[in-house]
Design a protein. Structure first.
Ligand code: CDT
Length: 312
């Protein structure tokens, strides 16, 4: 049996600070049409796909900061994406900055949604692993203030039915953490979609920074293989307001193999015919969780290594 989901990763080149939402949404629409033209049923856009990557700056003016967030979804600016998706019969993953007011208090999240072919939002995810700092770091050309501008997601890692399979989402730094994939793996996820903005030089250690692109793929390939799931990783990349970000968007099979990869640092659509049944090959053998995982023993190992004090 084969459950084929033809999927696109729609990589984005830089979004300038002054680029309007309408222009950015126009770029997304163009890539959505290209994906549909290549037979895709799903297109995965990137993290914070509607604006420049604003956490690189310390922004003290609240109105300016608020201008990077969406207070509703769909919004007037993003409605064309929903309209076109419905017309074309294509679903999409979209990352954006979410601002909601609860009991008069502003709450800010780095969010993604999954929209089906009828333009209905079928899942919402809020980024859990927020990298960087909450205070500006001295001596840096670019900050990484995600901890200042967002709170950690409060929705867990939901896996939902859609597109004929079990679909999960993550956002950027989440991809480096095995928990991200395993929490979804335990829910039998078959495709993890994620967008990322990864500036070079973000660690500040040259030896590590030179491995940025290697670590990008390493973490996603490991997550795919160890949880027998497809992973679609979509970059925002290129030189954005002087900050250089890595590209190499990928579609990765449950074997851990890359089956499609972007070759530019610009807007670029890559596609693959993803057989959602492929994961079974691993889920029924080497990664048969029920047969081989030993969670009841993990606590003992942790105790013996002193990571947690032994029970008295
Ligand atoms: N957007 C995002 O999460 N970027 C991080 C790099 C910055 S760490 C200071 C990432 O993990 O790619």
């Amino acid at each position: 049996m084969m459950r084929k989901l033809i999927t696109a990763a729609a990589q984005m080149g830089p979004i300038a600070k002054l680029e309007t939402r309408a222009d950015t949404v126009g770029r997304l629409l163009e890539m959505m049409r290209e994906a549909k033209g290549r037979g895709c049923e799903l297109v995965v856009f990137t993290e914070l796909a509607l604006t420049t990557f604003f956490p690189r700056w310390m922004i003290e003016d609240e109105a300016e900061l608020d201008s990077y967030y969406e207070t509703e979804m769909p919004s007037a600016a993003t409605q064309p994406l929903f309209d076109e998706a419905k017309k074309l019969g294509i679903g999409f993953y979209l990352g954006y900055a979410e601002l909601r007011v609860e009991n008069g208090v502003k709450r800010r999240f780095n969010t993604s949604i999954l929209v089906n072919q009828k333009a209905q939002i079928i899942s919402t995810y809020r980024k859990v692993h927020l990298p960087g700092h909450s205070e500006p770091q001295p001596g840096r050309d670019f900050q990484h203030l995600e901890k200042r501008y967002f709170e950690p997601g409060d929705l867990g890692f939901p896996v939902v039915k859609g597109f004929g399979g079990n679909m999960g989402m993550a956002i950027c730094n989440d991809r480096r953490w095995p928990e991200t994939y395993r929490v979804m793996g335990l829910q039998d996820v078959e495709m993890v979609m994620l967008g990322y903005n990864t500036p070079f030089g973000h660690v500040g250690e040259q030896a590590m920074d030179s491995l940025t692109l290697f670590h990008n793929h390493l973490s996603m390939q490991a997550g795919a293989y160890q949880n027998a799931t497809w992973v679609v990783g979509t970059a925002k990349c290129g030189n954005e307001e002087g900050s250089k970000m890595g590209g190499q968007s990928v579609i990765i099979a449950p074997s851990g193999e890359i089956v499609a990869q972007a070759v530019t640092v610009e807007d670029e659509v890559i596609t693959a015919a993803c057989d959602l049944d492929l994961g079974k090959r691993y889920k029924e053998t080497v990664f048969d969780f029920a047969a081989h995982r030993r969670p009841e023993h993990y606590g003992l190992i942790v105790e013996r290594t002193g990571a947690i004090p032994p029970k008295s």
